[in-house]
Design a protein around this ligand. Structure first.
Ligand code: GLC
Ligand code: GLC
Length: 648
């Protein structure tokens, strides 16, 4: 551990030694405020490393360099954002996640699609990985062989910057990924490791024999048990076992080596200087490994993320951080930081638990398991936020705890089995058309693939040409989207869902994809079809216009900003989820019937936690309601929802 007097000396010496300087007073102030914390976090991780001080010096150099390279434009943005006080909590933000090639062909073409996105109401873009990634071994871009070179199939770095400039003119925000946990085995570090260079072999977890790998395997779960069983791969070139938690071509980076942190931090700050507003840190749960543990969510993971966050706050403060930790409810809120680092780790996390619970509610028509998870979810600290969503490019994992299922009076094994059968369409009369992903016969676990539309029954409805099934599917799609847009957080739509794309099974014919059925829900956009969004009465139009309307309603209601203002109503009817969002001058109630039959609620629900409202406006239909007596009822049709604002 660095002693207190040693560290300021080291900092000053470093500044002299490398003659680093800055004329940015705000930066210097932030640097001075935070360098003590940075040093504390750094030495917590690396106190015993032989090169600890040398690499700490380099870290300081990195911070200065990144700020010196930050454009004046971005510095101005930093200031605007800091004056807004947590710009990212706003109800005015609505995001979409998309693959550039599958959506628009390439980066240059993307700009011609901005009108479409703006028409829908999207003002925040998650551009899925565009950095170089070997074809056929790319995991959708999550196996990066060069963190700074845009893959030629998308265009160039200049195209990306030009696109972002156009987005900024429209006040659209940009989110990109940093794949922190691993590189492609074709990254130059891996190539050098393969050629026998011990310096780069130390960038990865490499072992001459199976002793340590076997020890690791005892406690490590498998992420892709079908496509990539085990967590180690034999490298012929190195004659060593390499840790590969995801696919065999994704080599896990060894953050016990501070050089890896320094290099990756440099990449983080490089992305910040491209103008990224929100950086999605891919798979952070996995970035620290220790034998005898699951190698997920270890305390050092949080120290590393806190350290990265501090560095970003010093050098490139306008960039917020999203931790893509898809982990159990008990673990997830820790990614927002704990103790003195509360709200000082990740600004965002995915509300993957709630996402999965929405699917749970839709299949069962019951809200109890979802409610049993809320005490964990609500621990999210003030000033941080969720990415809320119904679908993304990944599978749906049923990762909530067994106790939550038991609390709802259900058997965990049977319950999960039911959900898997339901969404894979095996359960009698299930309208869903999905597939199991990564089934693990050893544990009985599986996750679910499929598009929003197919999982809601639209694929079946279209196939059977049955207007009743189609109508019900559209009701479900809108119920799911509405719930996730109003619950609190930044809603992230997945491209294609706005016009109801069903599963695409063509991935089966592509050897680079056929082993991974997540590709069934990553559509190739056919613009002739999306154009139908403009044609009254078309399926595409029905879904697009309703999605657009939800977005417009969200943008009107500042009470939907995520100021930790969510209160759940005590369920009086287990089929209906009811929550309140309130602020000093407004109150909102979201009411959602997840069941396939009509049901009702007594009006008491609107008095439970708040001064009795008299009159409610449902923004979805425009209808107004007088709040009745306790023995009177509000009625709900199958899958109906209300978006109520208290108007009196
Ligand atoms: C993240 C990505 C997923 C990818 C994995 C490995 O979870 O979302 O698509 O397979 O990381 O990088
Ligand atoms: C696992 C990981 C998650 C990743 C997913 C990819 O669930 O925990 O990070 O997104 O696999 O399918």
């Amino acid at each position: 551990m660095a002693s207190d007097h040693h560290q300021p000396d080291l900092i000053q010496q470093t500044i002299n030694k490398y003659s680093i300087d800055s004329n940015d007073k705000d930066f210097l102030q932030r640097f001075n405020e935070r360098i003590g914390t940075i040093s504390k976090l750094y030495y917590q991780l690396y106190a015993t490393h032989p090169k600890k001080d040398e690499l700490f010096e380099q870290l300081i150099v990195t911070l200065f360099k990144a700020n010196n390279e930050r454009s004046l434009d971005l510095k101005k943005q930093d200031e605007i954002k800091s004056n807004k006080n947590q710009w990212f909590l706003s109800n005015e933000l609505v995001g979409m996640s998309l693959y550039v090639d599958r959506f628009a062909g390439n980066l240059k073409n993307m700009s011609s699609k901005l009108d479409y996105l703006e028409e829908l109401g999207v003002n925040f873009l998650h551009i899925m990985p565009v950095f170089e990634s070997p074809q056929g071994e790319s995991d959708g871009g999550y196996a990066v062989s060069d963190f700074r070179k845009v893959d030629p199939k998308f265009g160039t770095l200049e195209d990306l910057i030009a696109l972002n400039k156009k987005m900024q003119k429209r006040e659209m925000y940009l989110m990109l990924d940093i794949v922190l946990n691993h590189t492609s085995h074709r990254h130059q570090w891996a190539e050098k490791a393969k050629s026998g260079d011990p310096y780069f072999q130390d960038f990865y977890y490499m072992y001459d024999n199976r002793w340590i790998p076997n020890e690791f395997e005892e406690a490590m779960p498998e992420i892709f048990p079908e496509a990539a069983p085990g967590n180690f791969t034999w490298s012929e070139e190195c004659q060593k076992w390499v840790m590969t938690v995801f696919h065999d071509y994704q080599w896990d980076l060894n953050y016990m080596n501070p050089m890896v942190l320094r290099e990756m931090l440099d990449n983080v700050l490089f992305y910040a200087n491209l103008g990224v507003d929100l950086l999605r840190v891919d798979a952070p749960a996995f970035i620290w490994k220790q034998t005898g543990t699951t190698c997920q969510n270890l305390p050092q993971v949080h120290t590393l993320l806190q350290l990265i966050k501090q560095c970003v706050m010093v050098s490139t403060p306008g960039m917020a951080i999203l931790g893509e930790a898809i982990v159990a409810p008990k673990e997830i809120t820790k990614y927002f930081g704990t103790g003195e680092f509360t709200a000082q780790e990740c600004d965002f996390a995915y509300n993957a638990v709630h996402m999965a619970l929405q699917w749970d509610m839709l299949a069962t028509g019951e809200t109890e398991v979802m409610m049993a998870a809320q005490h964990e979810i609500l621990k999210k600290p003030y000033g941080t936020s969720w990415i809320t969503y119904t679908r993304c490019h990944d599978d749906i994992g049923l990762g909530y705890e067994n106790e939550m299922i038991k609390a709802a009076g259900k058997q965990p094994y049977e319950h999960r089995k039911f959900l898997m059968d339901y969404y894979s369409g095996k359960f009698p009369n299930s309208p869903a058309r999905g597939e199991l992903f990564s089934s693990n016969p050893k544990t009985g676990d599986a996750r679910i693939s499929g598009t929003l539309a197919s999982l809601c029954g639209l694929e079946k409805g279209i196939y059977e040409n049955d207007p009743t099934v189609i109508d019900e599917a559209i009701h479900k799609i809108m119920l799911m989207q509405a719930h996730s847009m109003f619950i609190g957080g930044l809603p992230m739509l997945f491209y294609g869902d706005e016009v109801g794309y069903t599963n695409d099974y063509s991935f089966r014919n592509d050897p680079g994809k056929s082993y991974d059925n997540r590709w069934m829900h990553r559509p190739l956009i056919d613009w002739k079809r999306n154009k139908l969004a403009e044609k009254d009465g078309s399926l595409e139009n029905r879904i697009f216009s309703q999605t657009q309307k939800l977005i417009q309603i969200r943008k009107q209601l500042s009470v939907i900003s995520d100021f930790k203002n969510l209160t759940w109503s005590t369920p009086q009817n287990k089929h209906v989820a009811v929550f309140m969002r309130d602020s000093a001058d407004d109150r909102f109630f979201g009411v959602f019937n997840f069941s396939s039959f009509p049901t009702k609620l007594t009006w008491y629900v609107f008095r439970e936690h708040t001064q009795a409202p008299k009159r409610l406006l449902d923004h979805w239909t425009g209808d107004e309601f007088d709040v009745g007596y306790d023995h009177e009822f509000l009625e709900l049709q199958p899958y109906q929802f209300y978006l109520f604002e208290v108007i009196d």
